[in-house]
Structures are given as structure tokens and as C-alpha cells.
Design a protein around this ligand. Structure first.
Ligand SMILES: [Zn+2]
Ligand SMILES: [Zn+2]
Length: 396
């Protein structure tokens, strides 16, 4: 066991303690004063060169550590926000405020703070500069963009950026392992809202009304043929309608019906094709049934595309420092989406999966589930992986 592994293991309980503190106090979107306070408190103990709070739309943080030797600048990024979910884990540190860290961002913050501590302790051997980015609002919108606008990638200019997502995003990884991939890693996502307008009336006299519920049902079925009939089976894509709302009574034909959904794709051109076909299908279906349909696109995230050199560098560094069983190449990308993509549009870098499942499958729940939890015993490997990349990857 080398020094970094020994020290990272020693810090696991401290990392887990911060994770529990954050888990008990989840905050949403850009409104993260408690979380920001914990990050600033922990970074303040490390003697860094710079800690800038109040970034983004008010509660983002970035910090800078200059190594003892000259070299490039690398950014390490964690997201800090939780989700509007009522927690049902039964954990002693479970949230009681109606929000929940159901995606593991509490662990992301704790692991990045752990990496900051490990790197601060090793600053004499660090060749270059490390920028730590704690961003708001990954789950909602504008989190990454707000930090880029605040200058998180500047002064000094960031040469590479690394991030990871913990949890069970890839079923083939064992707890503590890092999954890597060159090229596409996560999908683009396009959220949309569909409004079908009809003409309300009495449920017993449908011919005098235009029923938006029937139009919506027809539109959903047609939309589900876009991926299956109009997209090559070799181009992955997803179209989901996740919400439908219209009408209040069984004997009343509603005046309108609203649906929410999203598409996923890895090729930006395919994402654009789906947008066009979605709009045409909704408008044409509605007009052919005497109604009116519109589609509003309410949020777009580009795909996460890993720079192959950065992705392979993580593999080489981890194999060299810790051993071959620390990493696994992922056979195909995830259809999840991440606003880490915005950083990758500015600087080369790579995003990785950190597996924090439990050996007992009964304890594993999907991300965004009210019983989601992470295996705290492996948090140190995420901190160690980012530390090793910064220590070894900058010098090469
Ligand atoms: Zn999430
Ligand atoms: Zn997440």
C-alpha cells in the first residue's frame, strides 16, 4: 500500500462525517447557504491560496491550490445540490426538510473536500495548480454555466477538468471502482412541455367538444414511434413522456392537457432531429383531430464527451498508483445527462463513474429514489482517484 492509499483510507471517516452533515441538510438548486458554509469551513482549514465563496448565483465556491513545482492547471469539480424528494432511508442522519440528497451530491462534495485535503498535504510534490469547483444546481439548471460565468475556469486558465459521479450508474463496477470511457460518456437531454388545446364541454356530448385527452393519448403513441421507426437502431436515443395532466372530473371534457417529457441522444444532430419531429408530430396530430398542439423546449444539456487522452490518463494513473483492479472501461455510455458537459465545451477533460453500491443488493436503490444511499466505506477511493490524477497527471 502506498502513502496516498494509506492516507486516503485514514481520511474516510472524516469524509463520511462531512457527507452525513450535508445529507442531513439538503438544499436545492442555487439556494445553498448551509452547503456553501460547510465547504468554506472545511477549505479554510487547508491553507489554500484562494477560496472564493458567493460565486455562481450566490452560493458556488471555487478555490485554488498552487503546487510546489510549476505545471499545468487542473480543475476538479463537485456538484452540491439535492432534490425535492421526501427522504425514506431511515438513516440516523436522514433529511427532515422535504429535500433529499438522492443523487449522491453530498458524497461528491465530501470526496472533493477529501481530495483538497490530500492535495494540500502533498503540495510540495504537486507540479502545477489545482482549482476546486463546488457548483450549485446540477439537477435544475444553469449550475455549471453560472460557475463558468463567475470565472471558475480562469486565473489561471484551466487546462483540464475532471469530475466524477458516485452511486450505481454502471452495474458492472464493484464498490470503490472507477469506470472510465473515451469519447461519449453521457447523453444530451432536451426537456419539453407539450400543451394540447381542445374545447371543453359535457362528457355526454363529445361531438360538441374537442377532447384534448384523446389527442394527447394519440400523440403519445405516435411520439413513441419516433425512436423505434425513424432513428437508426445504431444511434441510441430515448423519448419519455413523464407527466400528463388534464381534466378534473369524469363527466367533463377538459379544455386542455399538458405533458412533460425529455429526449436523450449522444449525437447533437440526432437531438435536433428529435426536436423537429417532436414538434411536427404534436402539431399535426392535434390539428388532424381539430385541436391545437404546441411544444416548448425548456432546457438542453449537451452530451458529456470525454477527451480520450484525459480518460486514458485516469486509467493509467490509477493502474500505476493503486493497481489494475481500481478501474474498469465502460463498454457503452450512460443515457443519463450531466451539466459537466458545459465545462467540456470550454476545456478538455473527462467525467468518471465512482461506484458506491453496497454488497447487499437490498440496500441498492436507483438514483433519485427516496431510499437512495451511498456506501460510505468507499468514499476514500473517489477522493484518492482525483488526488492521484492531479498529482501524477499534471506532471506528465
Ligand atoms: Zn441526479
Ligand atoms: Zn447527480
Amino acid at each position: 500500500m502506498n502513502n496516498l492509499e494509506t492516507r486516503a483510507r485514514e481520511l474516510n471517516e472524516a469524509i463520511a462525517e462531512v457527507r452525513r452533515e450535508l445529507h442531513a441538510h439538503p438544499e436545492l438548486e442555487h439556494d445553498l447557504p448551509f452547503t456553501e458554509g460547510v465547504v468554506v469551513r472545511e477549505l479554510g482549514r487547508l491553507g489554500l491560496d484562494e477560496v472564493k465563496s458567493g460565486q455562481g448565483r450566490g452560493h458556488g465556491v471555487y478555490a485554488t491550490l498552487k503546487g510546489g513545482k510549476p505545471g499545468k492547471t487542473i480543475a476538479l469539480r463537485a456538484d452540491m445540490d439535492a432534490l425535492p424528494i421526501q427522504e425514506e432511508t431511515g438513516l440516523p442522519f436522514a433529511s427532515t426538510n422535504g429535500a433529499m440528497h438522492a443523487c449522491g451530491h453530498d458524497a461528491h462534495v465530501a470526496m472533493l473536500l477529501g481530495a483538497a485535503r490530500l492535495l494540500a498535504e502533498a503540495r510540495d510534490e504537486l507540479a502545477g495548480t489545482v482549482r476546486f469547483i463546488f457548483q450549485p444546481s446540477e439537477e435544475a439548471d444553469s449550475g455549471a454555466a453560472s460557475m463558468i460565468e463567475s470565472g471558475a475556469l480562469e486565473n489561471p486558465n484551466v487546462d483540464e477538468i475532471i469530475g466524477l459521479h458516485t452511486g450505481n450508474l454502471w452495474s458492472g463496477l464493484r464498490p470503490g471502482q472507477i469506470g472510465w470511457r473515451a469519447g461519449p460518456m453521457m447523453a444530451s437531454t432536451n426537456a419539453f412541455k407539450i400543451l394540447i388545446k381542445g374545447k371543453g364541454g359535457h362528457g355526454a356530448i363529445p361531438h360538441l367538444s374537442v377532447d384534448p385527452i384523446v389527442i394527447a393519448a394519440e400523440a403519445i403513441v405516435r411520439l413513441q414511434t419516433l425512436v423505434s421507426r425513424e432513428v437508426s437502431p445504431f444511434d441510441p436515443a430515448v423519448l419519455t413522456i413523464g407527466s400528463i395532466a388534464g381534466g378534473k372530473a369524469g363527466n367533463v371534457i377538459a379544455g386542455s392537457c399538458e405533458m412533460l417529457g425529455m429526449t436523450r441522444a449522444f449525437d447533437p444532430k440526432l437531438a435536433e432531429f428529435l426536436r423537429e419531429r417532436l414538434r411536427a408530430t404534436v402539431e399535426n396530430t392535434a390539428s388532424s383531430m381539430r385541436g391545437h398542439g404546441t411544444v416548448d423546449f425548456i432546457g438542453y444539456l449537451p452530451p458529456v464527451v470525454n477527451d480520450p487522452a484525459c480518460a486514458r490518463k485516469m486509467r493509467d494513473v490509477l493502474e500505476g498508483v493503486f493497481g489494475k483492479d481500481w478501474v474498469q472501461e465502460l463498454a457503452f455510455p450512460s443515457t443519463g445527462a450531466e451539466d459537466f458537459a458545459f465545462y467540456l465545451e470550454k476545456v478538455p477533460g473527462a467525467f468518471f463513474f465512482h461506484c458506491s453500491t453496497f454488497d447487499d443488493p437490498e440496500r441498492n436503490y436507483p438514483h433519485h429514489n427516496s431510499k437512495f444511499d451511498v456506501n460510505e466505506s468507499v468514499l476514500w477511493t473517489g477522493a484518492a482517484a482525483m488526488t492521484a490524477y492531479a498529482l501524477k497527471g499534471l506532471a506528465s
